[in-house]
Design a protein around this ligand. Structure first.
Ligand SMILES: Cc1ncc(COP(=O)(O)O)c(C=O)c1O
Length: 395
């Protein structure tokens, strides 16, 4: 009984997927890593751009005093926030200043700080399935309650169901586009409809509801359509993002929060966020990484490499006969399982030494997630297994 019942329960709930990871590790030991085709992990494959190493080397040689101390504000270094604000203002057309930017320990740290700042016990957060598995835990950390609403056949939010799910205790709706696990990008029309639904609910219940947009894949987009930002659609809107994927820095834990400059309650919110970043124990985002990404706001990894991998995996799966919405971003495909039980399908694929993740953990049973942020040989080697299990399912 040394650990909390809540954490034990959460760990047990996540155990099916964890067990699969452990078994995948065992498979690699038994058969050799080169014979196991692991599409289960979303670990960014591409190395940071050369500018990262150049900046890192420059900073390593910099002996300016106070460089590695606590910083004045838990929001982060003013010059870094100013450089994030400048590029975000250009991209979004919204007049950001450093005052609306807070540097965070990745997108995960950002979302936890946001939820810490806005939730009281039993407040509700609406998630749109399929969603990033960890959200439910982040909400539970603040003693909040996750309420799940659905999507249509193209994985776009079902607005009627969203509106019906928002109640008097709803404090936030979290969206994630490009989406993990579907790779789908919500178009401007969806963002507008979500915002309108939130505003009708605010009016109905006499409440204020935040729209939180989790955007760590925002720069991993393979279509030409401009990215629809949330800021012009809902005043109480907050973006959480990171450089885990676009600069390949997942292990370095660096991201930021952008609060809508047009939010009438932004001063209070920003003070709460600064307090939460500090007292959640982050204190501030890593100083060295802040300085580096401040200089790299216009850089990304080579997106074309992910686009080619998307085409390779999506093309192979749909040629076999898998039904799948074509992803326009991130680095996942989310096809329909050829048998209704996605966990059983994943187990059958594992016998062919192909590892993927069942959709049930993302609130979407009957589907599975395959990541293409892997070497081409992993994608190519997985095809026979996908073919065999598909044929079995249809025999
Ligand atoms: C949708 C989504 N949100 C947040 C995160 C957390 O990212 P970070 O490494 O920036 O904390 C991930 C990581 O995979 C993700 O897929």
């Amino acid at each position: 009984m040394a650990i909390s019942r809540k954490v034990r329960e959460q760990m047990n709930n996540g155990s099916a997927i964890r067990k699969m990871f452990e078994e995948g590790f065992e498979l690699k030991q038994i058969h050799g890593a080169e014979n196991v085709f692991d599409l289960s992990l979303g670990n960014p494959l591409l190395e940071p751009p050369p500018e990262f190493r150049a900046e890192l080397a420059r900073l390593a040689a910099d002996e300016t005093p106070n460089t590695h101390r606590y910083m004045q504000s838990s929001a982060g270094l003013p010059e870094v926030r100013a450089s994030v604000a400048e590029v975000l203002a250009e991209e979004s057309g919204v007049p950001f200043t450093e005052n609306e930017i807070l540097m965070t320990v990745g997108a995960a740290g950002a979302i936890n700080a946001i939820l810490r700042s806005i939730l009281d016990a039993n407040d509700e957060v609406v998630l749109i399935a399929p969603y990033f598995v960890e959200y439910t835990f982040y909400v539970a950390h603040q003693n909040g309650v996750s309420k799940v609403t659905g999507t249509d056949e193209n994985w776009l939010p079902d607005i009627e169901s969203l509106e019906a799910t928002i109640g008097p205790r709803t404090r936030a709706v979290i969206i994630n586009s490009p989406n993990n696990p579907t790779g789908v990008i919500y178009p401007e029309s969806s963002i507008a409809a979500i915002s309108a639904a939130i505003q009708r609910a605010e009016e109905k219940h006499g409440t204020e509801i935040y729209l939180i947009s989790d955007e760590p894949y925002r720069k991993l987009i393979y279509s030409d359509a401009p990215y629809p930002f949330i800021f012009n659609h809902h005043p109480r809107s907050i973006v959480a993002t990171s450089h885990s994927k676009d600069l390949g820095l997942a292990g370095e834990r660096i991201g930021h929060i952008a609060v809508n400059p047009g939010d009438p309650g932004k001063a209070d919110l920003i003070n709460a966020l600064i307090f939460s970043i500090r007292t959640l124990g982050f204190v501030n985002a890593p100083a060295l990484m802040q300085r580096i990404v401040g200089k790299l706001q216009r850089e990304t990894v080579d997106i074309d490499i992910y686009r080619k991998k998307r085409d390779l995996l999506y093309g192979a799966l749909t040629d076999i006969g898998y039904e799948c919405v074509k992803p326009d971003g991130a680095f996942f495909v989310f096809p329909k399982s050829p048998i209704p039980d996605d966990v059983e399908f994943v187990a059958q694929l594992k016998k062919e030494l192909v590892l993927v993740v069942p959709g049930v953990g993302s609130g979407a049973p009957g589907f599975f997630r395959a990541s293409y942020c892997v070497d081409d040989w992993v994608i190519e080697g997985s095809i026979d297994g996908f073919k065999k299990v598909f044929a079995q399912a249809n025999s």
